[in-house]
Design a protein around this ligand. Structure first.
Ligand code: SF4
Ligand code: SF4
Length: 341
């Protein structure tokens, strides 16, 4: 999109360079923390309008008159190499969900208004189709289904089919309570282009129900197994939230279930929200189970990653980094300092 410009490049941001956010009422180009400088009503959306608004916003930035962008940390001066095509589309279907996880922002009482905003007020399918028909969706594009449970969204099946038939990537953050034949078909069609993340967070049904409000753990594992029929398609996740899910027997049961369901990758994390609990887990509480889980998964041949809630300082540094499993062991031995939340 941006042509580069001077020796240091030009001011722009990743959103202006090729991202679309399908918000509740409008189609936006922004990070969501600011008042978007580009906000298009569904009935006015077309590629020409989108490109004109992007060019006009960049012109105001370069003229020093786009106040929102000029104070935004996303704005960077560099040589942007984007293709000019739409590289990513986030579908904000908000909070339609069949669980009530203790760490989910949607369960906070004063956020209940979000629950009424189940799906975008317009057709996400029509927007994505218009981008594809105009030849403006990058073949490397990612279409991302985040917050809420995407498989419950009415348009989920046809959007997933449209995107995977086109050949772009689709990211689905699902709780796997419901089995989606459309998602299974997408895995079959484009195994390397479908990323599925499922946060299970428990080893036993009682702990799962206590954290998520429904006794469906066995159903979740059955659905993960179905998605993993021919290959490992689902990345598992375990977020340490409270004393119950830090227990050894929960961790051991989770690892055994991963093996049975052919899960090959697991993200390990520590809750950074604690919206219902009235305190954080301390490093003394979450480090031992984190190390135990990492070691058990490694022993089982499962690849591990750390989520954003796992951060440490090296002994001689203030800088927070994501540690390796060895780094975490050193945290446990008191050689590194874990981030205090
Ligand atoms: S406000 Fe920030 S994120 Fe939004 S378009 Fe401007 S620079 Fe990009
Ligand atoms: S499954 Fe996801 S959207 Fe639903 S309550 Fe849990 S964290 Fe929130």
């Amino acid at each position: 999109m941006n042509t580069g410009g001077g020796a240091d490049g030009e001011l722009s941001c990743q959103y202006l360079e090729g991202r679309l956010d399908l918000s509740y009422e409008t189609i936006d180009v922004c990070c969501g923390f600011n008042e978007s400088p580009i906000r298009i009503a569904f009935q006015d959306f077309n590629i020409t309008t989108l490109q004109q608004l992007r060019h006009a916003t960049l012109a105001r930035i370069h003229a020093g008159t786009e106040a929102t962008c000029l104070s935004c940390p996303q704005l960077k001066k560099k040589h942007w190499t984007s293709s000019g095509l739409v590289e990513s589309i986030n579908i904000h279907h908000f909070t339609k969900c069949n669980l009530r996880c203790v760490y989910c922002f949607t369960v906070i009482d004063d956020q209940q208004w979000i629950r009424e905003r189940w799906e975008t007020k317009y057709s996400a399918y029509d927007v994505i189709k218009a981008v594809i028909d105009a030849g403006q969706l990058s073949p490397r594009a990612r279409v991302i289904w985040a917050g809420g449970e995407p498989t419950l969204v009415e348009e989920f099946d046809r959007v997933t089919e449209l995107v995977t038939e086109f050949g772009a990537y689709v990211d689905v953050f699902t709780n796997c309570v419901r089995f989606s034949p459309a998602l299974a078909k997408a895995i079959e069609r484009s195994p390397s282009r479908v990323y599925i993340l499922c946060s299970v967070d428990a080893g036993t049904s009682a702990t799962y129900e206590g954290m998520k409000g429904a006794d469906v753990l066995q159903r979740v594992w059955r659905n993960i197994s179905l998605y993993n029929k021919d290959r490992s398609a689902v990345t598992g996740k375990y977020i340490f939230v409270n004393a119950e899910n830090c227990a050894d027997h929960e961790i051991d049961a989770f690892v055994a279930a991963c093996l049975e369901a052919r899960v090959c990758r697991v993200v390990m994390d520590v809750d950074g929200y604690q919206v219902r609990a009235n305190r954080w887990l301390t490093p003394e509480e979450y480090l031992p189970p984190l190390v135990r889980l990492g070691e058990a998964l490694r022993a089982a041949g499962i690849t591990t990653f750390f989520g954003e809630g796992v951060r440490c300082h090296r002994p001689d540094s203030q800088q927070l980094i994501t540690p390796s499993l060895e780094g975490l062991r050193e945290c446990l031995a008191g050689e590194w300092r874990p981030a205090h939340q």
